[in-house]
Design a protein around this ligand. Sequence first.
Ligand SMILES: NC(=O)c1ccc[n+]([C@@H]2O[C@H](COP(=O)([O-])OP(=O)(O)OC[C@H]3O[C@@H](n4cnc5c(N)ncnc54)[C@H](O)[C@@H]3O)[C@@H](O)[C@H]2O)c1
Length: 400
Amino acid sequence: MLGFDQDLAKVDSINKGQSCLSHINDSIIESHITSKRLSATADMRRLNEPDVILICVPTPTTADQNPNLSYLIDAIKHIANNLRPGQLICLESTPYPGATDELLLPSLQTKEITVGRDFFLAFSPEREDPGNTQYKISSIPKIVSGTTRECLKIVENLYSGVFDKVFPVSSTQTAECTKLIENIYRHVNISFVNELKQILSRMEVDIWEVLEAASTKPFGFHRFSPGPGIGGHCIPNNPIYFSWKAKQLGMNSQIIDSALSVEKSMAGFVYETAKRALTKQKKKLANSRILILGVTYKPNVQDTRESPALPIINLLQENGATVEYSDPYVPILQSSELKTGEMHSVPLTEKDLAIADLVMLITDHSSFPYKLIHEHSALIIDTRNVFRRNNFIGDHVIQA
Ligand SMILES: NC(=O)c1ccc[n+]([C@@H]2O[C@H](COP(=O)([O-])OP(=O)(O)OC[C@H]3O[C@@H](n4cnc5c(N)ncnc54)[C@H](O)[C@@H]3O)[C@@H](O)[C@H]2O)c1
């Protein structure tokens, strides 16, 4: 296996046998490097060496909420420049519906070089849930699709040797829609419970108790967990890719638009709840010292992309609060989304907790000492229901 990345630090780390991801152990990478089954390079001229190229580059969105296809365009340019007969190019990144055939194919195919004969083009979406140890990758069914019947046959053969179940679909566009719909389903449903959380909080009804009760129904109800907002590279961006394509066809997804707008309101909801809780303790948010617990988009990973912590920190700082954070996975928080620049994680000690006017739980990492936090904090805003769930209750614990 030959890994390509333009990030030299990642290439270097892989070649030293070190993992770049917190949920993949160094020992796995090290054993592949030692047995010479894996190496990494930033030299894109070597793209003519592999028989199969899997494209896993980012597919984020632009500031004006459109697909940012620059990484994909750059990767495909390098592949086209080094294409050799017989190669299978398989896109695994999440694109807009139609991208494999509309964007990738014209960059690779020429008058002389034909898809399905001289090279093969496929789309097979990544179905990864970082940090989830319940499923082995090989046990997650793999959707495969090809630009031609030959392309489909080849990608199906490839993945049949790796995955327990391979599920072929009739076109790359069908597979692209399948991937998007999986993630849009999550986005819309999480937004739904996040909106309910805001409304039920005004009714003084506990959303988590409602969801626990509703989950006892053995059919027709699937539980989603509310939180401080949706984050990560995929779930916030994928609906934008889908609705961008729909808009090109003169269509509009009202459900997606509403879900995106609920998510935008989440930082404000958490902020307002914090402000009210401080006022009740006769404190002003503007002069308060606030400690954020967890800045990653979900527990037990190091990924801070699109984390809900970022707009919440921005709002608190803009309104005059002194904000610090503690996160064992993120010693330094750097993000273009953070308005005041880089921040450094502080230790989680009795003293740090005691001097904070407010402790705000954003990401429920399992390693956080919840009992200690509960005992030494003057006021806690809990966006994940982790304190109540663990029976750490009291007037100083507020749900948000
Ligand atoms: N992270 C997930 O859990 C997950 C799950 C399912 C699907 N996906 C999809 O997979 C894709 C990648 O996501 P990710 O989270 O792994 O991204 P990532 O940012 O963690 O990794 C992408 C890598 O691609 C490299 N890169 C960027 N442009 C390149 C280029 N032109 N040539 C070579 N390398 C380049 C970057 O340096 C980076 O190391 C996205 O489309 C995402 O939606 C991700």
